[in-house]
Design a binder for this molecule. Structure first.
Ligand code: EPU
Length: 418
């Protein structure tokens, strides 16, 4: 298993380009199951989750997917197999995104229940309730969601809780259903809006995506199109926090500052000097940081996917920062590793209080999930001495060329094979 070695501390400088958003491309790839004719996605990140989704789609009969130089093409063959097996789904929860498209295209689907993961139980009850409201028959059998329904009908659906992949799954299904579907209390993440933009380019009729209410008028078929995936706001935020944590000055290019409002606002309140210019954000080296509280909530509030990285940053800020996680119930696995590096963090319920500044020292640490591994990189870059992060495969799931990008910014970081 690969590890990542960092010789700290270092001060980042230079320019870095953000890749396409993993959480936008995954539902867009699942949507390919519903599309007739050649499709092309550009700005696709070469990350393990994309490779896993290519395998999932290949298993479902789409053997013609090719990712080259950030462009993913599909010739547009129909799925022939309605079953996504446990072995594939357990590797990546986002595989549940094939449920709606398979059902819409083939009238049946059998998808392994993803189960819990390191950050929480992560049920899919809201996906299932909504599909039932559209007339699908759904049973849970032997660990699988077994769904059928030849022509689903539009429905009025209100999600009890905002769910990103739930909104995406139902938006896709409704695109090929009879009549109008109105979804309320939808997730408003930019990735949901990007999926709708892609589907609309393919002939779908979706309005309001990115807002709380989404209206979808079903169409008979979707045809292939070309679509550029939005930049990864979480990768961009990770670079901003890494630069601030090292007292460095960098420019993050090809990003969408408008997707990072709550993050930019929080960092500014910490005293980080940020300048937005078109699709770039520059962090300027500056003085000491102030501790600022943060609470994760659905978009447009502070994202749970940057909570861990922000915690690593707060170890060098003056004062107490209370970081509250409200989206997932178990997303503090990185706390123990940060403490081993010298961080002073107390956890009570869903709130972690970071007291700083607490200079970090390098240590062998273990990544528990994708964003926790990014947190450990942010910590390792500011720590004195060597940090060795094991289970590097977590970071490869969602950060493209992460070691190369940090090296370009002057970090002494390397991958240790084996
Ligand atoms: N929830 C339910 N029932 C459901 C669905 C969700 O109770 O049927 C709960 C979840 O347990 C959680 C909350 O609702 O407490 C929000 O979960 P959501 O469904 O929005 O999460 P997700 O769609 O499974 C996506 C991202 C995650 C990101 C979350 C929150 C993708 C592929 N994944 O997950 O990304 O953290 O939204 O923004 O889009 C990551 O990239 O590291 C990552 C985990």
């Amino acid at each position: 298993m690969d590890r990542i070695r960092i010789a700290g501390p270092c001060t980042l400088s230079g320019r870095v380009r953000v890749s396409g958003a993993k959480n936008a491309v995954l539902p867009e790839m699942a949507a390919m199951l519903m599309i007739d004719g050649p499709t092309r996605l550009t700005n696709v990140p070469d990350v393990h989750d994309v490779t896993t989704m290519i395998k999932v789609l290949g298993h479902l009969g789409m053997q013609d997917l090719e990712l080259r130089d950030g462009v993913l093409t599909a010739a547009g063959c129909e799925p022939s197999e309605p079953e996504a097996p446990y072995d594939l789904v357990r590797k990546m929860r986002a595989s549940i995104l094939v449920l709606g498209p398979l059902l819409a295209r083939l009238g049946r689907a059998k998808v392994s229940l993803p189960g819990g993961c390191a950050i929480g139980a992560r049920p899919i009850d809201l996906h299932i309730t909504a599909l039932r409201q559209m007339g699908a028959r759904i049973d849970i059998e032997h660990g699988y969601v077994v769904a059928s329904g030849t022509r689903l009908r539009g429905a009025q659906i209100r999600f009890d809780k905002q769910t990103v992949t739930g909104t995406e799954n139902i938006m896709m299904t409704a695109s090929l259903a009879d009549g109008r579907t109105v979804l309320r209390n939808c997730a408003q993440e930019p990735e949901v809006a990007d999926l709708a933009a892609f589907l609309n380019a393919c002939g779908a009729r979706i309005e309001g995506a990115g807002g709380a209410t989404v209206t979808i008028d079903g169409v008979d078929r979707l045809r292939g199109a070309t679509h550029a995936v939005i930049p990864d706001r979480i990768e961009a935020g990770t670079f901003l926090m890494a630069a601030a944590a090292t007292g460095g000055g960098i420019t993050v290019e090809a990003c969408r500052p408008d997707h990072l409002g709550a993050v930019i606002d929080t960092l500014r309140r910490c005293g980080v000097q940020l300048q937005e210019q078109g699709d770039a954000i520059t962090v300027r080296p500056d003085g000491p940081l102030r501790a600022v509280d943060a609470k994760t909530l659905p978009y447009p509030e502070f994202p749970t996917d940057l909570q861990a990285q922000y915690m690593a940053l707060m170890t060098r800020a003056r004062g107490d920062a209370r970081i509250t996680e409200t989206v997932f119930e178990n997303r503090f696995m990185h706390v123990g590793e940060l403490r081993r590096m010298g961080a002073r963090i107390e956890v009570e319920g869903q709130t972690a209080t970071v007291t700083g500044p607490a200079p970090l020292s390098g240590a062998p640490v273990m990544a528990s999930d994708l964003r926790a591994s990014a947190c450990l990189i942010v910590a390792g870059l500011q720590a004195e001495g060597e940090t060795m992060i094991s289970r590097a495969y977590h970071i490869d799931r969602g950060y493209e060329h992460v070691v190369t990008k940090f090296r370009t910014l002057g970090a002494r970081i390397e991958r240790v094979r084996g």
